[in-house]
Design a protein around this ligand. Structure first.
Ligand code: UD1
Ligand code: UDP
Length: 366
């Protein structure tokens, strides 16, 4: 069986690392990777291939950054060419980025079955580019690998029949378990940054709804600055956010108050997450990783796709409507008692990747 895996953005490298390992264990499966080039800075791309033992991509499209339409369109055209030249039995796509949608659409139009990993997530906010990417990808896909019961219910509600949906658990939990042990052994980030466990809050910000809205951008960083008066705030800065802070004239001021660092590799990120007192984020993946590593999280968004964590008290939603709201919400979270013991098996048992292979083998397109 030949599988073409389409990836292009940071979280997809981490997810694909877990699945690719399981695929390589199967002698009759040949997986090729296609990297769209959506993310390209060494610390947004190459570092993950080196650290996480991801095979060298067979295809590198070098698409780079541009507007949504231009970026997705260029990917679509280039992926179509690859698929025409060497049609695989399956195309595997991850998550909800423009690379995901381009891979799914190019394959579906050529009648090549698509398997979507992390299917069924919904924020119910169609202004998010990711929400459109998810919905369109799910409906273009033959096989939908859902991480949670909630995701399955979302897909069923949209009329997707149950034989196309498989609840496999969260692939990021596989990655957290496997590479968590490697991080504990290899990462030196705490010593490099002179941080002590429990002595800092870890923050990441990159969502368009936060970075591209000057009011929200200002509210988030003014709130974080206020919190940094009491506790160190370490923030690996996404290039999108760096650019927005620079354009808004806020970068120098923020850099004087927060521990801004370059994006880090996954092993260092895991170590930073594990040892933080609180995680503050608008990332999908980081919300869950905080939980996997037993650290409470505040999500600076109006809604989340990972509602289970809000329901069980491990994640608090804090819409960043003003600097005071962010400051007060974060201070409350920093002084709150630990969340209750989490329910078992929310995200499966860390065995999502091995469930993929038999599903791909058994599936018969109708
Ligand atoms: C993308 C995904 C988002 C995901 C995130 C993971 C879409 C629509 N968005 O958002 O769902 O959560 O990746 O990190 O697909 N840039 C660089 N170097 C890079 C990559 C980006 O400088 O290596 C800068 C460029 O200025 C670019 C901007 O970041 O315009 C945004 O990059 P882009 O890939 O379009 O979106 P992300 O915000 O990264
Ligand atoms: N991550 C990382 N280095 C960083 C920031 C994040 O390795 O400097 C990892 C993080 O641990 C998680 C993934 O990147 O596994 C999340 O990606 P991101 O927040 O960019 O995207 P999202 O999950 O929101 O789509």
């Amino acid at each position: 069986m030949r599988i073409l895996t389409v990836i292009g953005a940071r979280p997809q490298f981490i997810k694909a690392a877990a699945v690719s390992r399981a695929l390589r264990a199967e002698p009759d499966i040949a997986e090729s990777l296609l990297h769209t080039g959506q993310h390209y800075d060494p610390m947004m791309s190459a570092v993950f291939f080196q650290e996480l033992d991801i095979p060298e991509p067979a295809y590198h499209l070098n698409i780079g950054s541009s507007s949504h339409g231009a970026q997705t369109g260029r990917m679509l055209e280039a992926i179509e060419q690859v698929l025409r030249d060497a049609p695989p039995d399956w195309v595997l796509v991850y998550g909800d980025t423009n690379s995901t949608l381009a891979g799914a659409l190019a394959a579906a139009k050529l009648h090549i079955p698509v398997a979507h990993m992390e299917a069924g997530l919904r924020s119910f906010n169609r202004r998010m580019p990711e929400e459109l990417n998810r919905i369109l990808t799910d409906h273009a896909s033959a096989l939908l690998f859902a991480p949670t019961e909630t995701a399955v219910a979302n897909l069923r509600r949209e009329g997707i029949t149950s034989e196309r949906i498989v609840l496999i658990g969260d692939i990021m939990y596989d990655a957290a378990r496997h590479f968590g042990a490697v991080a504990a052994r290899d990462s030196r980030i705490l010593a490099q940054l002179d941080l002590s466990p429990g002595g800092y809050a870890l923050a990441t910000i990159h969502r368009a709804e936060n970075t591209d809205d000057p009011k929200r951008l200002h509210a988030i960083f003014a709130g974080l600055k206020a919190v940094a008066e009491d506790a160190a705030v370490v923030l690996p800065l996404h290039p999108r956010t760096r650019k927005c802070l620079l354009d808004a004239g806020l970068l120098d001021d923020v850099a004087g108050c927060l521990r801004l660092i370059e994006p880090v590799g996954y092993l260092d990120m895991v170590m930073l997450e594990r040892s933080a007192r609180l995680v503050v984020t608008d990332s999908g993946g980081v919300q869950k990783e905080a939980f996997f590593h037993g650290v409470p999280c505040v999500t600076l968004r109006d809604e989340t796709e990972w509602t289970e964590l809000v329901d069980c008290g491990w994640n608090r939603l804090l819409p960043p409507v003003s600097a005071n709201a962010v400051r007060d919400g974060l201070r409350a979270a920093l002084s709150a008692p630990p969340p209750p013991s989490p329910p078992d098996g929310l995200y499966g048992g860390g065995q999502a990747a091995v469930r993929v292979v038999p599903c791909l083998r058994a599936f018969r397109p109708r």
